[in-house]
Design a protein around this ligand. Structure first.
Ligand code: ATP
Ligand code: MG
Length: 438
């Protein structure tokens, strides 16, 4: 992408309305634009990151065996009346009426919709296990939308729904999602801590929230200091028995403050850490809550007809954009992990119009396109300082800076955004450097 032909409305001033780093930086980097409270447009740079994150989520869902569908944003009220949640959901639900006076709603979540799909087609345990997911916009009329896209009213969520014959099968489905979440977040450079969460009105159910640590997080969290060791995230095959693996994680203490009881905490004061965190995912096993209410039944091997066991598994895809920035930025701007960066490398031409600089940049740019490094060429007619500051602000992992002084010795400067390290190398060595690590 050539920056001269791109739409990157960076802001020089710090926006006053933004209270936390990620919100400030997303506005300054021209990633989002507020439409109304808690509702945002995603501009080109932001959309790229949102797509990168969605794709990592999608890949790990597919690897775990879940199947992608796409359910609508607008749902009929009837299915929510069947489950009993139409009245329970309260003011967070955006209710609309169509021209025929039918009650509709903008989905805050999709348990009812997916249960309706399931009951229309599945009759036998032979079609199980089944896990259907989608990545779709949700609407919740939050009382206090804030922190930009972190707590929005309209937000992008990945939600998966598992169907099993019995509790044992449902547990396996739960474990798969548990592991897939750890892998998903690790690929984004995040250590997400699964915390036992409230299980709601039905006893015996399981639920975990996945929380990343950040000073600006909305939840207070307590956890054993072992969680700070990243090597807990060993690789694992979905086909193997995941129970021991999941047990190992669950055995390391971690609770959000509403579930932490200081008088009954198994961890010594010395080992207990307390910090703030951001909830980026939530998994839930709720058995037959919706299937029983909505008549989603299957026959088992013994011929008995039973309501199917379900679980639901959410990831805050748009919230993750902010979460990653909270976890990875400095006073100059965003520091994208390679896996979600909007562009892999920036080629900065310090002197457009200078023959050698132009030629070197063009060659680097087309070579980088060849190697799929997804380059951004800063070919704008701007002050060098402003260009370098913009690249730091938008957080591109590698910068190759081409200026007339270096060109006298046929060298360019390669900068790693994360560490600030710089290397003076020939253009061909620069190519190798950024392609090997990225
Ligand atoms: P929270 O406690 O933050 O309101 P929740 O328990 O209501 O979250 P779920 O219904 O489990 O959230 O939704 C799944 C995921 O969607 C959450 O883990 C979170 O990452 C994301 N999410 C929920 N509400 C919002 C919101 N208003 N804005 C952005 N992301 C959200
Ligand atoms: Mg909520």
């Amino acid at each position: 992408m050539r920056l001269s032909q791109y739409f990157l409305p960076v802001l020089k001033e710090t926006p006053k309305e933004a209270q936390i780093a990620s919100h400030r930086l997303m506005l300054r980097a021209g990633m989002i634009q507020q439409s109304s409270a808690g509702i945002y447009s995603w501009l080109p740079l932001g959309k790229r990151v949102l797509d990168k994150i969605s794709n990592i989520v999608r890949e790990e869902q597919e690897r775990s065996g879940a199947l992608e569908i796409l359910m609508p944003t607008i749902q009929p009220a009837e299915i929510w009346q069947e489950s009993g949640r139409y009245d329970d959901y309260g003011a967070e639900m955006l209710r609309v009426t169509d021209r025929h006076d039918r009650a509709m709603l903008f989905g805050p979540t999709n348990e009812e919709q997916v249960t309706d799909i399931f009951r229309s087609h599945v009759r036998s345990y032979k079609s199980l296990p089944l896990n259907l997911y989608h990545i779709q916009w949700k609407f919740r009329d939050e009382v206090r939308p804030r922190f930009g896209i972190m707590r929005g009213r309209e937000f992008l969520m990945k939600d998966a729904y598992s169907f099993d014959l019995d509790a044992d099968g449902a547990r396996k489905a739960y474990n798969k999602m548990f592991v897939s979440y750890l892998k998903t977040f690790a690929r984004m450079g995040l250590t997400a801590i699964p915390m036992e969460a409230d299980t709601g009105p039905i006893g015996g159910d399981m639920s975990h929230e996945f929380i990343i640590l950040a000073e600006t997080g909305e939840s207070g969290v307590y956890f054993h200091k072992d969680w700070l060791q990243a090597d807990l995230l060993a690789d694992i095959d979905y086909a193997s028995d995941l129970q021991p693996f999941v047990d190992k994680f669950i055995s390391i203490y971690a609770r959000a403050d509403e579930k932490h009881d200081p008088d009954n905490c198994p961890v010594s004061d010395l080992d207990l850490m307390t910090m703030r965190g951001i909830e980026i995912g939530h998994i839930f096993y709720f058995g037959a809550k919706y299937s029983a209410a909505m008549g989603a039944n299957v026959s088992g091997p013994d011929g008995k007809i039973v309501p199917v066991h379900m679980g639901s598994y959410g990831i805050g895809v748009s919230r993750l954009v902010g979460g990653i920035i909270e976890a990875s930025h400095d006073d100059k701007g965003i520091i994208w992990p390679d896996s979600v960066a909007p562009f892999g490398v920036a080629v900065v031409n310090l002197k457009p119009g200078d023959k050698i600089c132009d030629k070197t940049c063009e060659t680097l740019y087309s070579d980088l396109i060849e190697t799929s490094a997804d380059p951004l060429l800063d070919d704008r007619d701007e002050r060098p300082g402003a260009k370098l500051a913009a690249m730091d602000l938008i957080g591109i992992p590698w910068q190759i800076v081409v200026g007339p002084r270096g060109m006298q010795n046929s060298v360019v400067e390669v900068k790693r955004r994360k560490t600030g390290e710089t290397f003076e190398v020939s253009p061909s060595e620069a190519l190798k450097l950024v392609s090997n690590v990225a």
